[in-house]
Design a protein around this ligand. Structure first.
Ligand code: ATP
Ligand code: MG
Length: 429
């Protein structure tokens, strides 16, 4: 196929075989968030480029090299959103729903776009579910975000495979003091830094902390520690968070090198990581960003949130064999009709059944075919039962009812009794 008729590299179709697992995952998260009192918000996927530059920070991987930016027909510079927080903050400001100190607990889901090198668990269009909470500044809400993701891992059966890493970046002032100390320390050891880290040192020195270069990592062993520069307020906040996680029985490790890629974080930052996905090990990441709303022109408003990568979590469910068995079956009952008159009757009969059993997953054979080929399709659909409607059944106003899984004789069921009969043998979700 010519290249221009293929999907763009790193942007994937999610095929019908995969969508049940996606919907299971998304449905599980959505239900959980609803139950914790979070409300969904939907933002456009395109925003003014300036929004991301201002909020994420000019000197970050995302803004420097990962954004899909283009001029629209008016000459405005627009960008496909690389993440959700910036647009969410823009939306709450624009609609004035946090400015009076109102608490907002929001969540969103959707595609994000970053021009990265595609590989397993890293794509150019990927999907996130994220949460943002405004106007709650205590550690209890940081804890709640972590507790609810912990519950999610439990429901998905992957708790044993994820680890929580935590750090505190302090207030902006504390971070500035720490940054100065780090710059002084690293500047005296410039010759041990690679080119990339020398550049980071000038532009965004905290990013040196999450270097993958072993030489730089060795230098960092003796570097000043953020923990020693934490202001009292941040220290108390961090202790409060840890106490709550301890009380909830959630294990964590403190990772002093966890700084996160974006400029806007303050105080709490965290990541849920796994060793089941190779290099792309972070499945959920977040933190507090108390200065962001003000920086974007709003009143001082605290904020905290996280985003999880759906692809990585779906990959993980597959890798750990945690795909629920029932997802393999998307059809309960498969109706095979033979002959024009029977096909007509099948339509009205199935509509009557649907009226009475709105959750029944009933599929009618599509297109003609021999008895044998229809049966094959019925079996392949995963259905529990086949219904057979031919000329004989039509004459008697019955259907043949045949269990497809395991034993069980074929029976004849009167049309009037069909819905009631199905209700007794198909467990409806
Ligand atoms: P990474 O360090 O893996 O690049 P990040 O710090 O850039 O991640 P965030 O901006 O915090 O990621 O996004 C939150 C989550 O979204 C990540 O933890 C990950 O699960 C997912 N994610 C981020 N970028 C991608 C991508 N290119 N493809 C797939 N998932 C991604
Ligand atoms: Mg990244």
């Amino acid at each position: 196929m010519s290249k221009s008729l293929q999907a763009i590299r790193g942007m994937n179709d999610i095929l019908p075989e995969q969508t049940p697992l996606w919907r299971y995952f998304e449905g599980t998260v959505a239900r959980l968030l609803d139950n914790y009192g979070y409300r969904q918000i939907r933002m456009p996927i395109v925003e003014f480029t300036e929004l991301f530059k201002r909020s994420i920070g000019e000197v970050t991987d995302i803004v420097e090299k990962e954004m899909y930016t283009f001029d629209d027909r008016n000459g405005d510079s627009l960008t496909l959103r690389p993440e959700g927080t910036a647009a969410c903050v823009r939306a709450v400001l624009e609609h004035g729903i946090t400015g009076g100190g109102q608490v907002q607990k929001l969540w969103y889901i959707g595609p994000m776009f970053r021009h990265e090198r595609p590989q397993k668990g890293r794509y150019r269009q990927f999907h996130q579910i994220g949460c943002e909470v405004f106007n709650l500044d205590g550690p209890d809400i940081d804890a709640e975000l972590i507790v609810l993701t912990w519950r999610l891992w439990g429901e998905l059966g992957i708790r044993d495979a994820v680890k929580l890493e935590l750090n505190s970046l302090g207030t902006a002032q504390a971070r500035a003091r720490y940054r100065d100390a780090l710059v002084e320390f690293l500047s005296a050891r410039l010759e041990h830094l690679d080119e990339d880290n020398q550049r980071r040192l000038k532009t965004n020195p905290l990013r040196v902390l999450d270097t993958k270069n072993p030489d730089t990592q060795a230098v960092l062993v003796d570097a000043p520690k953020m923990a020693d520069y934490l202001d009292e307020e941040s220290r108390v906040h961090f202790e409060g968070l840890k106490a709550r996680l301890d009380a909830a029985g959630i294990p964590y490790v403190i990772n002093p090198k966890l700084v996160r890629g974006l400029d806007y974080y303050s105080k709490t930052v965290f990541e849920w990581v796994t060793d089941k996905l190779g290099a792309q090990g972070t499945v959920c990441a977040g933190g507090r960003y108390d200065g962001l709303v003000e920086q974007m022109g709003g009143k001082p408003t605290s904020g905290v949130g996280f985003a999880m990568g759906i692809e990585r979590l779906v990959l993980m469910l597959e890798a750990l064999d945690k795909v629920p068995e029932e997802l393999a079956r998307q059809v309960d009952v498969y109706l095979c009709a033979f002959g024009e008159a029977a096909e007509l009757a099948a339509l009205t009969l199935s509509e009557r059944v649907r009226d009475q059993l709105p959750n029944l997953r009933l599929q009618i054979n599509a297109g003609a075919g021999s008895f044998k080929s229809q049966f094959k399709k019925a079996d392949k659909s995963g259905a529990l039962y086949a219904l057979i409607l031919g000329d004989d059944e039509l004459a008697q106003q019955v259907v043949g009812f045949k269990p497809l899984r395991g034993q069980g004789e074929q029976q004849s069921i009167a049309w009037d009794a069909l819905a009631a009969h199905l209700a007794t043998c198909v467990v409806q979700g």
